[in-house]
Design a protein around this ligand. Sequence first.
Ligand code: TMP
Length: 207
Amino acid sequence: MPTGLFLTFEGIDGSGKSTQARRLAEGLRALGHDVVLTREPGGSDGAEEIRTLLVSGDPSRWSPETEILLFTAARRDHLEKVIEPALNDGKIVISDRFADSTRVYQGAARGDLVTKVDALHDLMIGREPDMTFLIDMDPSAALARGLARNSGEDRFEDFGLDFQERLHAGFLMLAEAHPDRFHVIDGDQDETTIADQVAALAAARIG
Ligand code: TMP
C-alpha cells in the first residue's frame, strides 16, 4: 500500500502558520503533487462541530482535562475520515496543527498534564507527522495579530500574554525533544522568506 507524507504546522496563536500551510499546499500543488490541506481542531465534519465547542465562549468553559478529551475526540474523527485515507492513497497531507498543539496547550501550559496527553494519544491516535514546521514568533506580536483578526474564536487568546509566553516556551521545548521531525522557522521574517524556507525543507524531504 502506498504511503503519503504527513506534514504539520504548529505555533502560538497569530504566528502566521495557517498562511504558511496554505502557501506550502499551493506550492506543492503547482509542482503536481496531490495535496490535502486540513486543520485542527476540525478538518472533518464531526471534528468541525467539536471545534465550535472548543474555540468560542468563556475561557473557563472547559477544564484542561475535558479539553484533552474533546481535542482527542476531534482528532480521532479527523484521522479516520481525512488523514489516514489520504495517506493511504499516497497523498501529501498538510495539517494546520495536530497532536503537538494538545501537548503544549493542554499538557504544558495549563497544568502538568503531559503524561495524560501522551497516554491518550498512544491509545487513540498513535500517529506522528513526518515533518513539523514550528513557526516561532514573539508572543506579544503574535497575540496582537491574533486578537486584531476579531475572528470570534478567541477563547485561547483570551487567556492573555502570560499564557502565550508559556505556549511559546512549550513549543520550543517540544521541538528540542524531537529534532528528527521539527523544523523551527523564524516567524518574525516576511511571509515570502518564511514560505521559501519551508518549501526548501519540504522539497528536500520529498526528493
Ligand atoms: P487555530 O486558531 O490554529 O485554528 O486553533 C484554534 C485554537 O485551539 C488555538 O487557540 C489553539 C487551540 N488548540 C488547543 O488548545 N489544543 C489543540 O490540540 C489544538 C489542535 C488547538
